[in-house]
Design a protein around this ligand. Structure first.
Ligand SMILES: [Zn+2]
Ligand SMILES: [Zn+2]
Length: 149
C-alpha cells in the first residue's frame, strides 16, 4: 500500500470516518491517475474490476472523499483530483493546463485570505473558494516551443 493511501486511512481514522471498500477503491483510482479523472471514467474503470457499481454508489463515494478532504473537484474539467496535502483541511488553487488537462495544486492560504477579505468588503459571502486558473503547463509549453523550431 502506498503512502497516499496510508495517509488517507489515518485521516479517516482521526475524523472517525469509515473508508469502506468502495470508497477506498474510488480513491485508489483517483490516486493512480495523477491527473483529474471524471466520474464516468471512474465508473468505467470499476466495471473492468470486480463487478459493476451503480453510478449513485460511486457519486456517494466521491461525495464522501470530498467531504473528508481527500480529493478536490475541478469544475472546469468536471473531474476529481487527489489532494496533495489532505492532512490539513483547506481550499486549493488549481493551475489547469488547457493542453494536457494536468492540474497542479497550490495550497496558498494567503490567496484564500485575500479573496475572502475582498469578497467580504463587497458584501459577498464566499461559499466555495477553490480557484481554478487556466493556462499552459511547463511540459506543454516546451513541446509547443520545440514544434515551432
Ligand atoms: Zn488539496
Ligand atoms: Zn500541459
Amino acid at each position: 500500500m502506498n503512502r497516499a493511501m496510508r495517509n488517507a486511512e489515518r485521516i479517516c481514522e482521526e475524523q472517525q470516518l469509515q473508508l469502506t471498500p468502495i470508497r477506498r477503491r474510488v480513491l485508489e483510482l483517483i490516486l493512480e491517475r495523477h491527473a483529474p479523472i471524471g466520474a464516468y471514467d471512474i465508473l468505467a474503470s470499476l466495471k473492468k474490476g470486480e463487478g459493476a457499481l451503480a453510478p449513485v454508489t460511486v457519486y456517494r463515494a466521491l461525495e464522501f472523499l470530498l467531504e473528508a478532504g481527500l480529493i478536490h473537484r475541478i469544475d472546469a474539467l468536471n473531474a476529481y483530483l487527489a489532494c496533495e496535502s489532505p492532512h490539513d483541511s483547506h481550499v486549493g488553487q488549481f493551475l489547469i493546463c488547457r493542453d494536457c488537462q494536468r492540474v497542479m495544486e497550490l495550497d496558498d492560504d494567503v490567496i484564500s485570505e485575500i479573496v475572502a477579505k475582498r469578497a467580504r468588503a463587497a458584501g459577498f459571502t464566499v461559499q466555495m473558494d477553490d480557484i481554478e486558473i487556466k493556462g499552459i503547463c511547463d511540459a506543454c509549453h516546451t513541446r509547443a516551443k520545440n514544434k515551432r523550431v
